[in-house]
Design a protein around this ligand. Sequence first.
Ligand SMILES: C[C@@]1(CC(=O)O)c2cc3[nH]c(cc4nc(cc5[nH]c(cc(n2)[C@H]1CCC(=O)O)[C@@](C)(CC(=O)O)[C@@H]5CCC(=O)O)C(CC(=O)O)=C4CCC(=O)O)c(CCC(=O)O)c3CC(=O)O
Ligand SMILES: NC(=O)C1=CN([C@@H]2O[C@H](COP(=O)(O)OP(=O)(O)OC[C@H]3O[C@@H](n4cnc5c(N)ncnc54)[C@H](O)[C@@H]3O)[C@@H](O)[C@H]2O)C=CC1
Length: 146
Amino acid sequence: MKKNFLPIAINISGEKILIVGGDQSAWKKLQILQRYGAEVEVLAKKVCSGIKQSGVTFFEEAYHSKFLKGYLMLYSCTNNETLDRQIESDCRAAGVLVNIHDNPALCQFVSPAIYRNGNISVAVSSNGEDVYESIRLRNEIREFFN
Ligand SMILES: C[C@@]1(CC(=O)O)c2cc3[nH]c(cc4nc(cc5[nH]c(cc(n2)[C@H]1CCC(=O)O)[C@@](C)(CC(=O)O)[C@@H]5CCC(=O)O)C(CC(=O)O)=C4CCC(=O)O)c(CCC(=O)O)c3CC(=O)O
Ligand SMILES: NC(=O)C1=CN([C@@H]2O[C@H](COP(=O)(O)OP(=O)(O)OC[C@H]3O[C@@H](n4cnc5c(N)ncnc54)[C@H](O)[C@@H]3O)[C@@H](O)[C@H]2O)C=CC1
């Protein structure tokens, strides 16, 4: 079935977010989430030094569904599609909102390209169909405001 993603703005203050995966994609995702003050934790077999030095709580372990307790949402940034499928199904069972960073077919929600200025956020999403167009348009919006 074709997916339809509804743009919403969700409060993350006081909520915990888990990133699975600990390399460059996870690092980029962490930096975006931290701009919104999210309380992020990272779980990966190997966590890169940038993430380790950023001060977030991290677990250098293999993924297991037992980790899912207490999170509002989870972003998977692994390099393993079989694992991502497992994570998606575990999250749905546990009631944790799930995003698989490079696989819209497995995403319960997708991440927009964001322009932020104080309380104003403009979020561009392509229904998960064309991320490059979302980024291009966000960059035009940034130019428009600056
Ligand atoms: C579905 C979605 C899932 C999700 O992540 O939620 C998704 C999926 C995919 N991304 C891919 C590639 C890249 N994505 C980025 C970057 C971003 N991707 C983001 C969102 C989304 N990406 C969601 C859809 C959003 C929408 O609806 O439009 C942004 C906007 C927000 C964020 O990640 O938080 C963030 C910009 C952050 C910023 O600038 O602020 C870069 C550039 C980079 O990494 O620097 C590359 C190239 C990397 C390279 O190749 O080097 C591919 C492979 C495509 C292909 O090759 O064809 C897929 C899979 C596919 O499209 O099928
Ligand atoms: N680096 C980038 O900017 C981009 C990467 N990608 C894709 O995204 C994926 C991730 O890329 P990178 O961040 O470069 O990561 P990477 O491929 O270097 O590392 C994957 C991460 O997942 C962790 N991991 C793997 N199996 C695990 C398990 N069972 N339990 C816990 N953690 C596990 C690893 O320890 C590592 O931290 C790859 O598939 C890559 O092709 C896509 C677009 C851009």
